[in-house]
Design a protein around this ligand. Structure first.
Ligand SMILES: [Zn+2]
Length: 403
């Protein structure tokens, strides 16, 4: 995870006031509408301090007062909610067949969601940086026209991203040791906001945890359904990256020792038997990687028509997926595993078989309470999570400057 220069404001995490501002902002985000007295009662900050912090946050247009008042003993309390409409957080996802850009305001309201076809699998990191920079410039220009200040941009990449934001390996994109954040910052000519890079599964998990229907689950795993299969892991309410940032590479759990050779060189990895590439290798071996969406639509059509070979293929994929999820559930005991990406349209033919394997293989009764669900955030989950990553940094004290 890297941050390159010039945030909206230098984040001095030792600054008590900045920390307290973030505490109040987070409280209102989670509890709005709420009063100054509610904030004081729960955070332990005294009332005068809360009033001063709230005034500051209102000045920055991060909070606003609603017309609502709550009558308690004594005088009525004015209620506070998040504002944040003058700000935008941008998320971009690059993958084998597309680039997606999403912008949200501080409340997480979607401001735009653009998806472009892009041959990521054959382009190389340089071309991808140029394409992302072009898209990012258009998004920034739109936000600026709408009088919004851009707080930051995060890029989601299907690969191993180290703690410094270097993409160490992105096997399906063919990238190695790419300083994506540095290159993108340069391509955007030092845009004046931080540029971060993170793994796509981590970010999609963040999106589910912040915006999804399972946001109350403190323990969730998001599984990407792209050519690659990876997981983002939220445990005890926090994204878990591991020692060097490489957690969640579940695509390389061995589920079939006699299976086909994986891109990693080993045999029978989850990705090689249950990834989207494994499905298309059977249904459309000559398909261009940039046409995955069309090809998956075709698989869905054929499954709906009841074509026996397709149904058998999807059942087999579902079973292997369930074996992989059983390993995840035995290891992490999540409340919910969320299938994303191209698993979403294929879910009607995958989930029942996957659940059967999952519940049959998890030692804890009832799968340890683990539910298998399908993402409702659509193909943009990783990009949305990338924008959420920017909002997280606001939550943790990187507040935009007063304008
Ligand atoms: Zn592998």
């Amino acid at each position: 995870m890297i941050t390159s220069h010039n945030g909206p404001q230098p984040a001095d995490f030792t600054d008590v006031r900045a920390t307290n501002l973030a505490v109040v902002l987070r409280f209102v985000r989670e509890n709005a509408p709420c009063s100054r007295a509610d904030i004081a009662a729960t955070t332990g900050l005294n009332k005068a301090t809360v009033s001063s912090l709230v005034a500051d946050l209102i000045d920055r247009r991060l909070l606003r007062e609603t017309g609502l008042t709550e009558h308690r003993v004594g005088r009525p309390a004015t209620m506070l909610v998040l504002d944040g409409s003058p700000y935008a957080a941008i998320g971009i996802e690059v993958n084998v067949d597309y680039i997606t850009a999403v912008a949200v305001d501080l409340k997480g309201e979607e401001l735009l969601n653009w998806r472009r076809s892009f041959p990521g699998g054959t382009s190389g990191a340089g071309q991808a940086v140029a394409a992302m920079a072009a898209l990012a410039r258009r998004v920034v220009s739109r936000m600026t026209k709408e009088a919004r200040q851009v707080l930051g941009l995060t890029v989601a990449v299907p690969g191993l991203v180290d703690v410094n934001g270097i993409v160490r390996v992105a096997p399906n994109l063919g990238w190695r040791d790419a300083d994506l954040a540095g290159d993108l910052t340069k391509a955007l000519r030092d845009p004046g906001f931080p540029v971060l890079v993170d793994n796509d599964a981590n970010l999609a998990a963040l999106a589910e945890h912040r915006f999804g229907p399972h946001r109350n689950a403190a323990n969730l795993v998001y599984v990407t359904g792209e050519v690659g299969v990876g997981a983002g892991i939220v445990m005890d309410g926090r994204l878990r990256r591991g020692g060097q940032g490489y957690s969640g590479e579940i695509g390389h759990i061995e589920v079939d020792p006699a299976g086909p050779t994986c891109r990693c060189g080993r045999r029978g990895c989850l990705e090689s038997v249950a990834g989207i590439g494994a499905i298309l290798a059977r249904t459309a071996p000559d398909a261009s990687p940039s046409e995955l969406e069309l090809e998956i639509d075709d698989v869905v059509r054929r499954a709906r028509n009841g074509e026996r070979d397709i149904l058998e293929l999807l059942e087999n994929v579902g079973r292997h997926l369930g074996r992989g999820m059983a390993a995840v559930a035995n290891m992490l005991n999540p409340e919910v595993v969320i299938l994303g990406g191209y698993y979403v349209p294929l879910a009607p033919w995958l989930v029942a078989c996957a659940e059967e394997e999952l519940y049959g293989r998890v030692l804890a009764p009832g799968g340890g309470g683990c539910r298998l669900e399908v993402s409702t955030l659509g193909y943009g989950a990783a990009a949305l999570g990338a924008a959420a990553r920017v909002l997280d940094s606001v939550d943790s004290g990187r507040l935009p400057a007063q304008r």
